[in-house]
Design a protein around this ligand. Structure first.
Ligand SMILES: O=C(O)CCC(=O)C(=O)O
Length: 284
């Protein structure tokens, strides 16, 4: 049974039916200045940690909104962790929340976050690819190492980036992310079937793995090419994280791979079309 501390389903409904505060709305559109050293670290390593993407005073409201949406999506799931599939034991995954919940849309459409993604990718404009909450239950298993772009039908994977925002502190023992630095530079994409049959890619065997613990409000940004995963959750608390995935405006749809050709964000597109659908608006 999915339970979130301090929040019931009726709280969740009322939080999601209320307007977000005008202060938070303004904050979502405030500018975050990305340091030059973060841009170069990201270009070189394929990931970067950025502190205070959401500052303390706004964090509680953001957390309540995202937790409420997850509770509405998953609250009816009565299964214990051990009854779930291996994949579901890695995280409670809730995608495309912004299209169901206006309060989440305010968060996902934030120019503050999109501006960071734009600056790190050195893009002119970025579009939304999709959002997803990724909560790891107490006792939840590790997330196997993978490259996000292997699940996405995009011809230019180097222009995809994920913001992974910690809503509560995420130390190593709670299942923070780990990255394989500079694997964004390897052109060869390898599909790891994290859903049913994960394997450890041979090319990662002798590579250094860097764990990146976060304080609540900090985020990592990683390229769709960068191999990464997460540790298991050894604590008795839920690991709560929210992600937004961005693409550079102008990237194109690749329908060649049968596994990915029906991706929701690319609905109605033909092979090599510019990705510009109702799910992928320009955010900044
Ligand atoms: O949250 C996790 O455990 C994994 C996250 C991840 O793979 C991603 O955001 O791309």
């Amino acid at each position: 049974m999915v339970k979130l501390k301090g929040i019931t389903e009726s709280d969740a409904v009322s939080i999601l039916n209320s307007d977000i505060s005008s202060e938070l709305k303004e904050y979502f559109n405030s500018k975050f200045t990305v340091k030059e050293e973060s841009v170069s670290f990201y270009s070189k390593n394929g990931f970067v940690r950025i502190e205070n993407v959401v500052e303390k005073e706004f964090l509680n409201e953001v957390k309540k909104i995202i937790q409420s949406a997850v509770l509405i999506r998953k609250g009816k799931d009565e299964r214990e962790l051990k009854e779930k599939s291996q994949y579901e034991q890695s995280f409670l995954q809730c995608g495309y929340l912004c299209w169901d919940f206006p309060a989440v849309k305010e968060f996902v459409f934030s120019k503050r976050f999109a501006g960071i993604a734009r600056d790190l990718m050195k893009a002119k404009h970025v579009r939304l690819w999709h959002d997803q909450a990724l909560f790891k239950e107490p006792g939840g298993r590790m997330t196997d190492a993978h490259q996000d772009c292997s699940y996405w039908p995009i011809n230019e994977p180097q222009f995809t980036i994920t913001m992974w925002l910690a809503l509560t502190d995420v130390p190593v023992e709670k299942g923070c992310l780990y990255f394989y630095p500079q694997t964004n530079r390897n052109e060869l994409i390898e599909y790891v079937d994290i859903f049913k049959n994960p394997h450890q890619p041979e090319k990662l065997k002798n590579l250094e793995k860097v764990f990146v613990p976060l304080k609540a409000g900090d985020a990592t940004f990683h390229s769709g090419l960068t191999f990464h995963g997460a540790g298991n959750n050894q604590t008795s608390q839920m690991r709560t994280a929210m992600t937004i995935i961005y693409i550079k405006d102008g990237v194109t749809f690749n329908s060649a791979d049968e596994r990915n050709k029906t991706h929701t964000s690319c609905i109605g597109l033909n092979h090599n079309d510019i990705i510009d659908t109702k799910y992928t608006p320009i955010l900044i």
